[in-house]
Design a protein around this ligand. Structure first.
Ligand code: IPM
Ligand code: MN
Length: 363
């Protein structure tokens, strides 16, 4: 197949992890006879420094005209310590999500067997975890009115949701539950927030169309605790933008490292694939950032393009690389290998084309 991929490396470790992801995509293309073209665009602090805008029009056009978008990371400490700044790197990503209508961010979590004893939580807690978070991505408090009053002595951020914004992600989440273990948990703060009560009302209404799905509700504070105490209880979690942002970082602890968690953002027109971690500026340019979250986002991108076999091969290659200890320092007690070496190793496994066969023989 032919596809155009928009590549937006962004800030911090973004360019180095994206370099490995593109290497891997190229290996897939060469091995399986596909032709991917890549169009690069600036976003975030890099774009502000070049053009004054966190999302230049040209980058938006590239994203709009591509079959899929591969995104690295955003954020730069230079912009973090001055709260008076009007232009910030993160605005680039938020605008991109909004302009492209990417209303659902899908964040799957399963724990690699090989990492069970390396992860910060005990094996008994994390073994067998298999959940997915459906995070609303283009509304809520991230996008409500905001501003300063009283000479800068009062600030506000409005959280609002329309029924249609809730229904469209709920539908995807119910469908996901149907195709998985049939459990859907709405995470909210309905004891306090009006928006959360609207989410509950819409979820109860939609539940009548999905009698096979068991719907439950959890307050976000309790959900945060339950995720660490007993993450196996969850199948599909659906939640608003802000709560989804917060609880999905907890999955980084469950999965062993935030460096292995991918995500897909989907909506009406486009699809964007990005790691859930940020720009990790302390590690920038040091060849030590974990490229697996981005490489696993490539696996989700391949699925989006309908290339299920290729995606499966890539996942097997990632498994194998972890099994063989070809991982960066965040996954090791020992020193770990560099970012580029992880990418090269996965490329070499893809080229061998033996992985799927081996897996079938072993089972
Ligand atoms: C994420 C990030 C972003 C968010 C930031 C960089 C704006 O934390 O994708 O989880 O809050 O959505
Ligand atoms: Mn986040």
């Amino acid at each position: 197949m032919k596809a155009q991929i928009a590549v937006l490396p962004g800030d911090g470790i973004g360019p180095e992890i994206i370099r490995e992801s593109v290497k891997v995509l190229e290996a897939i293309a060469n091995t399986y006879g596909h032709s991917f073209s890549y169009v690069y665009g600036d976003i975030g602090a890099v774009a502000i420094k070049k053009t004054g805008h966190p999302l230049p029009d040209e980058t938006l056009k590239i994203a709009q005209s591509s079959n899929a978008i591969l995104f690295g990371a955003i954020g730069d400490p230079e912009f973090d310590y001055d709260p008076t700044l009007k232009v910030r790197p993160e605005q680039g990503l938020l605008k991109l999500r909004k302009e492209l209508g990417l209303f659902t961010n899908i964040r799957p979590l399963s724990v690699f067997g090989q990492l069970l004893d390396e992860a910060p939580l005990k094996r008994e807690i994390i073994e067998g975890v298999d959940l997915v978070i459906y995070r609303e991505l283009t509304s809520g408090i991230y996008f409500g009115d905001k501003g300063l009053l009283e000479n800068g002595n009062k600030a506000f951020d409005v959280c609002s949701y329309n029924s249609f914004e809730i229904d469209r992600i709920l539908k995807l989440a119910f469908e996901a539950a149907l195709s998985r273990r049939g459990k859907l948990c709405l995470v909210d703060k309905a004891n306090v927030l009006e928006t959360s009560r609207l989410w509950r009302k819409r979820a109860l209404r939609m539940a009548t169309q999905y009698p096979q799905v068991q719907l439950e509700f959890l307050y976000v504070d309790n959900a945060a605790m339950q995720m660490v105490l007993n993450p196996r209880q969850f199948d599909v979690i659906v939640t608003s933008n802000m709560f989804g942002d917060i609880i999905s970082d907890i999955s980084g602890v469950i999965g062993g490292s935030i460096g292995v968690l991918p995500s897909a953002s989907i909506g009406t027109k486009a699809a964007l694939f990005e790691p859930i971690h940020g720009s990790y500026p302390q590690a920038k340019g040091q060849d030590k950032a974990n490229p697996l979250a981005s490489i696993l986002s490539v696996a989700m991108l391949l699925e989006h393009l309908g290339l299920m076999g290729e995606s499966n091969q890539l996942r097997l290659a990632v498994d194998q690389s972890i099994k063989e200890g070809k991982t960066t320092e965040d996954l090791q007690r020992k020193k770990g290998v560099g970012t580029a070496e992880v990418g090269d190793y996965i490329v070499s496994l893809i080229r061998k084309k033996q992985l799927l066969k081996r897996e079938i023989m072993a089972s």
